[in-house]
Write a protein that binds this ligand. Structure first.
Ligand code: 5GP
Ligand code: MG
Length: 190
């Protein structure tokens, strides 16, 4: 399906605000998460920039995790297609570990709920969840992140790792996607 017209001119969160908040989040975790067996697992693809920035602040806070990634997919365009599934698993051994699951955005809650259960099933001692963005008004399953960067309204955003149809992840800020006629198309996004 051909992409419909949209623009991404409206900046919702500036690079400077992102940097400050990610720094604060890492400091928050450093006080709450003393562990000598810490594992950070990023839910790809949207979390890659957030995670990369955050773990550098972990270093500054004397936290030295093992880091791995998993891919979960369920989105098509801007619409969740229902049950998310692990399409590429992490390989790090999480048995007995204190795990921090990092995702870009908490929307319906399905992805983080499923990912948490997946990590628990692999024997993690504890699982904490951390998201850059939270859209509480969109929740379909009860799910709260232990750590969250920003709460936003119900609109679709791109940048700082988040995509629309695979694009705009490279933006250093978070931007709102504004559709010409309110319509959205249906290519994959994760
Ligand atoms: P949930 O399972 O909570 O509905 O969905 C979470 C996933 O949906 C996120 O990891 C992300 O991939 C995608 N998602 C939800 N809202 C947005 C959004 O506003 N922008 C982008 N780019 N992805 C989103
Ligand atoms: Mg995602």
């Amino acid at each position: 399906m051909e992409s419909l017209k949209y623009d991404i001119d409206e900046i919702v969160i500036t690079p400077r605000k992102l940097e400050r908040r990610v720094n604060d989040l890492a400091a928050e975790m450093a006080t709450g998460l003393q562990s000598d067996n810490l594992v950070v697992i990023g839910v790809l693809r949207g979390s890659f920039i957030f995670l990369a920035d955050m773990v550098r602040w972990f270093y500054m806070n004397d936290m030295h995790p093992r880091i791995d990634f998993m891919i979960m997919e369920s989105y098509a365009g801007t619409v969740s297609q229902g049950e998310p599934a692990v399409s590429r698993d992490f390989t790090v051994d999480v048995a007995g570990a204190d795990v921090v699951l990092v995702d870009d955005i908490l929307d319906t809650g399905r992805t983080l709920t499923k990912a948490t259960a997946h990590v628990v099933a692999k024997g993690a001692k504890t699982v904490r969840t951390c998201v850059l963005l939270d859209k509480p008004s969109r929740r379909l399953v009860p799910c709260e992140a232990d750590y969250k960067g920003f709460v936003i309204e119900d609109f679709f955003v791109v940048g700082y790792g988040l995509d629309y149809n695979g694009r705009h992840r490279e933006l250093p800020h978070i931007a709102k996607v504004r559709f010409a006629d309110g319509a959205q198309n249906d290519d994959a996004s994760a």
